[in-house]
Design a protein around this ligand. Structure first.
Ligand SMILES: Nc1nc2c(ncn2[C@@H]2O[C@H](COP(=O)(O)OP(=O)(O)O)[C@@H](O)[C@H]2O)c(=O)[nH]1
Ligand SMILES: [Mg+2]
Length: 302
């Protein structure tokens, strides 16, 4: 299903091809009657509190690791959210804005510079509950052909095979809409979006550069593209986003937070990961000392 998450929650001009209502507790989807009245303390509004909590959670984002190649990506059981977008679409700025940090993702004045895959952890330090993956931007004209083909292969493999991939957040400049390359990228992950395995959230970035009418047109055009991916199983979101005036930021933080693990599940994974690391270290020390772990004798020998 496709749903739009307009930056103004009350606007009803923006229904997706199929719209599924979200619970009123989720940021950006509160019904009109739940909006804070000018005479009420907005901090008493549950939706306001939920948005604040989601932004606090997003602020916990910290660098985890970097990989030049797919095979260097650590295996993980945490839900992973991939951030993708054409060079200069505002991907780094969007990540920094969501995390409310200046330097988390490298926002380069030279598009196409960041070719590494950077991973960030979210949630409590001892028990992260989500991973954000900042994938290399695409579509930079000056990149040579072999590098473009390599990118295509890396992205296609990552999007088709990364086991714990839970959602893709695609940044699209609202003034240009989906380009052929954006559509090509969607094609890589389309089967998993259609069967509901991977959620898709499209941010129409730099929304501050368009007036209201142009924004509505940009949403309409994007919806037409996304309708092709929509099935009963799919979970597709679309929202205007501006790092400059912060529109859409609370809504997007709310959605990402919704996809994080529960504290109990995050702790179980952290414990299992710590145990596996301890066992691997013990095995490495034993191997270094020349110890050989003897197989237990068969039952009939004892
Ligand atoms: N007006 C405006 N400019 C933006 C916004 N987001 C990013 N930019 C600008 O767009 C350019 C590219 O942004 P960047 O985050 O580096 O794009 P990336 O290549 O996709 O990571 C930079 O000059 C940003 O300042 C936004 O919401 N509004
Ligand atoms: Mg960037």
């Amino acid at each position: 299903m496709t749903r739009s998450t307009p930056s103004r929650p009350k606007a009803s001009t923006n229904p997706g091809p199929k719209r599924r209502p979200r619970p009123a507790t989720q940021a950006g989807q509160r019904p009109a009657q739940a909006s804070p009245s000018p005479h009420r303390d907005p901090s008493a509004d549950p939706a306001h509190e939920a948005a604040k909590a989601s932004l606090a959670w997003a602020h916990s984002a910290r660098f985890y690791t970097t990989a030049a190649l797919l095979k260097q990506l650590p295996a993980s059981d945490l839900p992973e959210i991939a951030f993708v977008g054409r060079s200069n679409a505002g991907k780094s700025t969007a990540i920094n804005t969501l995390a409310q940090q200046r330097q988390l993702a490298f926002a380069s004045k030279t598009p196409g510079r960041t070719q590494h895959i950077n991973l960030f952890h979210l949630g409590p330090k001892a028990a992260p509950d989500q991973v954000w993956t900042d994938l290399p931007g695409y579509g930079y004209a000056a990149v040579e052909r072999t590098a473009k083909l390599r990118w295509q292969e890396v992205m296609a493999d990552y999007l088709a095979w990364r086991r714990n991939l839970c959602a893709v957040v695609q940044m699209v400049d609202c003034r240009h809409g989906f380009t052929d390359l954006d559509k090509q990228l969607l094609g890589f992950v389309a089967p998993r979006v259609r069967n509901g395995e991977v959620k898709l959230l499209v941010l129409l970035t730099k929304a501050d550069k368009l007036n209201r009418k142009e924004q509505a047109e940009s949403l309409r055009a994007a919806q037409a593209v996304l309708a092709e991916l929509s099935t009963d199983e799919s979970d597709i979101g679309l929202t205007l986003f501006s790092a400059l005036n912060k529109s859409g930021v609370g809504d997007v933080a709310g959605m990402l937070n919704e996809w994080a693990l529960s504290p109990e599940a995050a702790e179980a994974i952290a414990a299992a990961t710590a145990l596996a690391a301890a066992e691997a270290e013990a095995a490495a020390i034993a191997a270094e000392n020349g110890d050989v772990t003897a197989d237990p004798p068969p039952d009939n020998m004892t």
